[in-house]
Design a protein. Structure first.
Length: 139
């Protein structure tokens, strides 16, 4: 998907996977991999925005292993940017996994029930990442 970047006017290129609606909370929209300066970024997309200055704890897992990240909310708040380590996981172990489990803890000021969790299918990720990178303007 190509969308104009309002700050620079250049195109932002990304690929997305929607959450499994049967196995996920209604507030989890899916996963986006977006071109970045040297590689790509991993972003969890939500329906309900989070406060702009929040740094939610995000746990992602495949099979029996999981990793917790401290993420950054991307304005206006419906995107949660994972650190660069998540790109390495997407380029490696996630490609062999059928699905990714995601849990975003409630942020300060939210109800504990505001936590979001769900499952995102990863089929085709191994083919999609090289295609994404070949279309990134900075690559």
């Amino acid at each position: 998907m190509r969308t104009p970047n309002p700050a620079t006017g250049a195109a932002t290129v990304s690929i997305m996977r929607t959450a499994d609606i049967v196995k996920s909370d209604i507030d989890l929209a899916g996963l986006m991999l977006r071109c970045a300066q040297n590689n790509f970024e991993v972003i969890v997309v939500l329906v309900r925005p989070l406060p702009p200055r929040a740094h939610p704890k995000v746990t992602v897992g495949t099979g029996g292993s999981s990793v917790e990240f401290t993420a950054t909310v991307v304005p206006p708040g419906a995107e949660v940017l994972l650190p660069a380590d998540a790109s390495a996981l997407a380029s490696g172990p996630w490609q062999a996994a059928p699905e990714l489990s995601v849990q975003i803890a409630a942020v300060e000021g939210d109800e504990p029930s505001a936590a979001v969790q769900g499952i995102i299918p990863l089929a085709g990720l191994g083919n999609a990442i090289p295609l994404l990178l070949s279309n990134c303007p900075s690559q």
